[in-house]
Design a protein around this ligand. Sequence first.
Ligand code: ADP
Ligand code: MG
Length: 248
Amino acid sequence: MIKTNDLSKSFDKHEVLKNISLTIPAHQVVAIVGPSGSGKSTLLRCLNGLETITSGTIFVNDHQLRATDKKKVRQKTIHAIRQDTGMVFQQFNLYPHKTVIENVMEALIVVKKQSKEKAKIIASQLLKRVDLQEKEDVYPSKLSGGQQQRVAIARALAMEPQIMLFDEPTSALDPELVGEVLKVMKELADEGMTMVIVTHEMNFAQNVANRILFMADGQIIEDAEPKSFFTQPATERAQKFLAKVKEF
Ligand code: ADP
Ligand code: MG
């Protein structure tokens, strides 16, 4: 479960998120779409404590993060939130000097304090889940972008998160590699993972998400079922956005 109350975020005087109040129940798959610069990444980063919020409150499960929290309290809450959420970025950020399986084992050993043997077994299962069992001992540089992103997903899953946040996970990929990453994401959705996905893949958003949030200028200006958003967007802003996206 994710909930924000009047969440705002400014960089200096620039207000990038404006009073966002939002509830995402467990098991929901939410796609966030909207023009570049509208605040999609910043919203996701706030949810995971990667940005400090300027005002308002965020709940992730029963962890409450308030803009007014003192630094020590905030750090403790963010640590707790990150135990429950995994995040996947456009850039895969794998450790280049570690093999695929070592990349997935890292958090299990360092954060979850598993033994090396146990971590290896779990990591191996996770790599199987993203269809990379044959690549365990390979270094990331030897993999395609799609394979690297699947390792990044396996690595995030190692923390056994209840929530997964994705920030344009396929935007850095060659078109022919997009499908294999979306397939893994769809499987996660089918298994009931709570997911928040910033994406430009409109077909995926329409077919896999339960809900579309359309952002513009730091606000959620549409919050709709996929079918209704894609066939009858309520605002002119969304109509224009969809018309542009469809040109590609
Ligand atoms: P989106 O992901 O929708 O493209 P972002 O959340 O990345 O949008 O950015 C929203 C706005 O916040 C943009 O105007 C961007 O320039 C600004 N912004 C994002 N990160 C920073 C930062 N670290 N410092 C200053 N401005 C930022
Ligand atoms: Mg972004």
